[in-house]
Write a protein that binds this ligand. Structure first.
Ligand code: ATP
Length: 270
C-alpha cells in the first residue's frame, strides 16, 4: 500500500522485475505508476508490503533494510522530473551515478572512469561532456540523466517515461538501448510508458494500472485488448494486429480524430 498523507494511491499492486526482461507499466494519468516506481526505488514510503532485491549471491534481501549505498548498487530510477543543477558539467552529473561506489571519502573507484565514458557513449552525449547542464535542451538533459543512471551500473533499471522530450531518433535509440541492456546485459527493466504501441513493441510484460490497482498483467497481445483499455481509459479504444508486421496497434477513438480529412467540395461547371 502506498499513500500520500491519508490517501491510498496504490493498493495491492505487486511488480516482479527479472533479469533480462522488460516490464512496462501503463495506465491513465494519476493511476499510480510513478508512485509505484518510486516505491521500488525507495523514494516513496511503503505503508504496507515489501520490496525485495536479489543479491549477487542469488538470495532475496529486504530492500527496505539495505544500506543506502548497497541498494544504490542494485537499483536506479530515472524519474520524470529532476532538478537542473546549476554550475555542473554534463560529466559531473554522469559521474554522480558512481556515488554508491565511492563512499564517503571519495574512495577509489577503479571502474568509474570507464563506466562514465560508456554511459555517455551509449546515450550519445560524449560531445556534450564539458557543457554546463543548465544550458542543455530538454532532450539533451534527459539523456544526461539517463547516462547518470547507466553509470550506476545496476542490475535493476527503473525508467519513468524515459523518452519524454526526445526527438524521433533518440526515442528509437533509447528503446534499442533499453532492449540491449535487458537482453545482452541481463538488466531487469521496469518502465512507465504512455504509448501503448511502444509498450507492446518493447516489453515482455505489460502491467495496466488503474486507480492504484493492477487491472491486467501479461504479454501485450493478451493484455492490451479493446474492452479492458476502453474501460480503464474511459474512452473507446480499438486495437488490431498489423498483419504484415505482427505489431499491435491501439487507437483511441475521439469525436474528431476518427473521421476522414475534410475534402474540399468539388463543383462541376457545365
Ligand atoms: N506529491 C503528492 N502529494 C499528494 N498526492 C500526490 C502526489 N504525487 C502524486 N499524487 C497523487 O497520487 C496519485 C498517483 O499519482 P502518480 O503520479 O503516481 O500517477 P501516474 O500514474 O504516474 O500519473 P501520470 O501518468 O500523470 O504521470 C494521483 O492521484 C496523484 O494526484
Amino acid at each position: 500500500m502506498l499513500r500520500y498523507g491519508d490517501r491510498d494511491v496504490v493498493h495491492g499492486a505487486g511488480l516482479r522485475l527479472e533479469r533480462g526482461r522488460i516490464v512496462a507499466l501503463v495506465g491513465p494519468n494519476g493511476s499510480g505508476k510513478s508512485t509505484l516506481l518510486r516505491a521500488l526505488a525507495r523514494l516513496h514510503d511503503v505503508s504496507s508490503g515489501s520490496v525485495s532485491v536479489s543479491t549477487d549471491g542469488g538470495e532475496d534481501a529486504d530492500a527496505l533494510l539495505m544500506k543506502r549505498s548497497d541498494f544504490a548498487r542494485h537499483v536506479t530510477l530515472l524519474s520524470q522530473s529532476r532538478p537542473v543543477p546549476h554550475g555542473l558539467s554534463v560529466r559531473d552529473v554522469v559521474e554522480f551515478g558512481r556515488h554508491p561506489y565511492r563512499g564517503r571519502w571519495r574512495a577509489a573507484d577503479p571502474e568509474g572512469r570507464a563506466a562514465v565514458e560508456r554511459a555517455m557513449a551509449l546515450t550519445g552525449i560524449t560531445e556534450l561532456s564539458g557543457r554546463g547542464v543548465h544550458e542543455l535542451s530538454g532532450g539533451q538533459l534527459q539523456r544526461v540523466w539517463l547516462a547518470s543512471c547507466l553509470a550506476q551500473d545496476t542490475s535493476v533499471l527503473l525508467l519513468d517515461e524515459p523518452t519524454n522530450h526526445l526527438d524521433l531518433r533518440y526515442k528509437v535509440e533509447i528503446f534499442d538501448l533499453v532492449y540491449d541492456l535487458a537482453r545482452l546485459h541481463g538488466v531487469a527493466v521496469g518502465l512507465v510508458l504512455h504509448d501503448l504501441d511502444e509498450a507492446a513493441a518493447l516489453a515482455d510484460e505489460v502491467v495496466v494500472l488503474s486507480e492504484g490497482k493492477i487491472a491486467a498483467a501479461g504479454p501485450a497481445h493478451e493484455v492490451l485488448e479493446s474492452d479492458l483499455l476502453s474501460r480503464v481509459y474511459a474512452i473507446p479504444i480499438v486495437t488490431h494486429t498489423d498483419p504484415l508486421t505482427g505489431r499491435l496497434r491501439t487507437r483511441a477513438v475521439g469525436r474528431h480524430t476518427d473521421r476522414q480529412h475534410d475534402q474540399p467540395e468539388r463543383t462541376t461547371r457545365s
